[in-house]
Design a protein around this ligand. Structure first.
Ligand SMILES: Cc1cc2nc3c(=O)[nH]c(=O)nc-3n(C[C@H](O)[C@H](O)[C@H](O)COP(=O)(O)O)c2cc1C
Length: 377
């Protein structure tokens, strides 16, 4: 095993500079203490949201309870946790992968990045600074250990995103087409990057880049529906969190696909105030970039939640880029998207798409697996 690589930069940008000591908070706390199995909440569905929002749990249990409220692809929650006294390990649960739809496990590791970010936001209130070591055993061939988060004693503080953890939800509803997200807000969101190899760019829907974004999104949605390997991956994702998976027979799934195609055109593309693209410098297969991009997405979504913004990931053509890259070695869709962007993005890859705007209605909570079922010894 080699020395762990330290991703301190991303933690610092993730919030250290923004932390506020609260008068009600004390000095540094005793070490959080290891979790005993009986202290782990065994609530699923909406239970984990109420658990967190009502301030339950302490130390590593509370930090892990925040991590499981993060975004994940198709709500697959592809994570496992090992909880120590001063260390949390975040592991990939590869049984929850999406097959051909996610051939490089980009989305899976992005979901792990989202969970890591939520953990880092929750840590300061437990009197610890999280220091994240990404993929500490990858050079020894183990990429299941996505991160080890060392918890260093620190003065207790409240992260500005702490309360947003329980209010952040993917919003798939129509956005208000009469209300634009202003440039200052987009610039602030773009400034949340923490690594020189990740960036987020925003596209006006009527611009050249925005028009191509919409066209590629619509073509990709149809292609996922028509391509058996891609469609199977989507259906696997839908079944993984369905309350009653057996009710999702072929007819129900085909109806869901038709609804998805229609909603992509008439809601997601048609009512966005802006589209966003997270770009990474390097290869599409690099789990480190996936995790960094996932952390960035979670941070943007938490920050946007504090600003009253609605957001939805849109990864249809991103999934097609992965598929083309795996099957053809190159991706015409990636080239088409990059060619429509204002600057030269040679060497960079679009890795995550999204839309944002303002919505009248609040999005619902999505269900979660109980923490007790995903903590491993
Ligand atoms: C890597 C990744 C890709 C995602 N892609 C999409 C997408 O293409 N369309 C969509 O509606 N939601 C997408 N999501 C959002 C998830 O479906 C959502 O996070 C999950 O259902 C949990 O719901 P929540 O975000 O409201 O907690 C994606 C999330 C992640 C982390």
């Amino acid at each position: 095993m080699t020395a762990p690589s330290l991703s301190r930069r991303s933690f610092v940008a993730g919030g250290l500079a923004m932390l506020a000591d609260l008068p009600a908070f004390g000095q540094s706390l005793a070490p959080p203490g290891a979790a005993s199995p009986s202290s782990l909440p065994n609530l699923g569905g909406e239970g984990p949201w109420d658990y967190w929002a009502s301030g339950q749990g302490a130390g590593v249990v509370r930090i892990a309870a925040a991590a499981i409220l993060s975004a994940s692809p198709y709500d697959t929650q592809p994570w496992l946790f090992r909880l120590g006294e001063t260390r949390i390990e975040v592991l990939a649960d590869k049984d929850r992968a999406l097959g051909e739809l996610d051939p490089f496990r980009r989305e899976l590791y992005m979901g792990l990045g989202c969970a890591i970010e939520n953990a880092c936001v929750a840590a300061p209130a437990q009197g610890v600074n999280p220091v994240v070591h990404l993929l500490p055993e990858s050079s020894a061939g183990n990429d299941e250990l996505a991160a080890a988060i060392e918890l260093e004693p620190a003065r207790q503080a409240r992260h500005p995103y702490q309360d947003a953890i329980a209010r952040r939800h993917t919003n798939r509803l129509p956005y208000d087409t009469g209300r634009k997200v202003d440039q200052a807000t987009l610039d602030a969101l773009a400034g949340l990057v923490s690594s020189s190899d990740t960036k987020v760019i925003f596209l006006e829907p009527a611009s050249t880049g925005g028009t191509v974004f919409t066209d590629l999104m619509m073509q990709a949605t149809q292609r996922i529906i028509d391509t058996p390997g891609l469609r199977d991956g989507r259906w696997t994702g839908m079944r993984s969190t369905a309350a009653n998976p057996s009710a999702l027979d072929a007819k129900a799934l085909q109806q869901a696909d038709a609804n998805w195609l229609k909603a992509t055109r008439t809601v997601a593309c048609a009512t966005a105030s802006a589209f966003g693209l997270i770009m990474v410098r390097g290869t599409r297969q690099d789990h480190r970039l996936h995790i960094e991009a996932g952390r960035l997405w979670q941070r943007i979504h938490l920050d946007g939640t504090n600003r009253g913004l609605a957001m939805q990931p849109m990864n249809h053509f991103i999934e097609v880029i992965d598929y083309e890259t795996r099957t053809q070695g190159t991706s015409p869709v990636s080239s088409a998207m990059r060619a429509a962007l204002p600057q030269d993005w040679n060497g960079w890859e679009p890795i995550f798409g999204l839309r944002l705007g303002y919505a009248d209605a609040t999005a619902p909570r999505s269900p979660r697996r109980p923490l007790a079922s995903i903590v491993v010894a």
